[in-house]
Design a protein around this ligand. Structure first.
Ligand SMILES: Nc1ncnc2c1ncn2[C@@H]1O[C@H](COP(=O)(O)OP(=O)(O)O)[C@@H](O)[C@H]1O
Ligand SMILES: [Mg+2]
Length: 261
């Protein structure tokens, strides 16, 4: 099973868009995927047009609001063939408090201890991370092996990277399996100089990890309002093509793919 965290210190860079479309694309290709929403904004379910009753809070604490026990399996919400989600949202604020109260030795690895699917049950675990750095982010980076870092090519995007690498380095001290495998440039606009300059910078520092960019694409920003992935909303859109390419690269363990769409 591969465990991929979609993470970046900044918000609004395309983390959720990437996590949702990646998870759906892998699932529709026959892989069994669990997508975990680790953000208090709880956008994953909205992007997929779903309203799960439970989520990551209940999964980890095995408790409902009224204190009653709930089994972990019951907290996982099936939303498409081969695709399940663990919902995030505001309950994660309480989850962070709960994690903070656990013993020092335990609190950073609780998620990785609990998230152990039966052999063959899942092919991919995808984590949609929140922008900040806290006890929950640490838990995710302890449970993941690969990091996919979306970088928006518009705005002062490369600034967020430095902060993120500091986070990543501290996580790698605790989880030596954790590797930065994919840098995904997002919101690429080929008409702007800024996009090209930022892309060149990324090429200079991350030639191995650098993926082909996802273009700025209005269809990508419209799809969530319809509760659909780009592959459902407009499979011929540029954004769908770009994400298909990313999915092929990931399935191919990071080797760049020739375009054939
Ligand atoms: N390639 C893209 N082109 C156009 N809009 C995009 C693109 N990627 C994401 N968006 C839109 O930008 C906003 C932020 O994206 P999101 O995935 O929620 O970022 P994050 O999870 O990093 O905060 C959303 O409204 C989303 O629909
Ligand atoms: Mg998000």
């Amino acid at each position: 099973m591969r465990k991929i965290a979609v993470a970046m210190a900044k918000g609004g860079v395309g983390k959720t868009t990437t996590a949702v479309n990646l998870a759906y694309g892998l699932a529709s290709g026959g892989k069994r995927v669990l997508l975990v929403d680790c953000d208090t904004q709880g956008q994953v379910a909205k992007f997929l047009g779903e309203k799960p009753a439970y989520g990551l809070y209940e999964f980890i604490t095995e408790r409902l609001e009224d204190g009653q026990f709930i089994s972990r399996n019951a907290t996982i919400h099936g939303c498409r063939p081969n695709l399940w989600i663990l919902d995030g949202g505001i309950r994660l604020v309480e989850l962070k408090n709960w994690l903070g109260e656990q013993s020092r030795e335990n609190r950073q690895t609780i998620l990785s201890q609990k998230l152990v699917p039966k052999d063959g049950a899942l092919d991919y675990l995808i984590f949609d991370c929140a922008p900040g750095w806290d006890v929950l982010s640490v838990n995710i980076l302890m449970a993941a092996d690969e990091v996919l870092c979306p970088v928006a090519l518009q705005g002062p995007s490369l600034q967020g990277l430095k902060t993120f690498f500091r986070y990543l380095q501290s996580a790698q001290k605790l989880n030596s399996d954790l590797r930065l495998e994919y840098i995904l440039p997002t919101m690429f606009d080929r008409r702007t100089r800024h996009s090209h300059d930022n892309l060149m910078q990324l090429k200079k520092y991350f030639s191995r990890q650098l993926c082909d960019p996802v273009h700025h694409n209005v269809r990508l920003s419209e799809a969530p309002a319809h509760g659909q992935t780009i592959f459902e909303y407009d499979p011929r859109a540029r954004g769908a093509r770009d994400y298909r390419k990313l999915i092929r690269r990931i399935m191919n363990h990071g080797a760049p793919q020739k375009e054939n769409t």
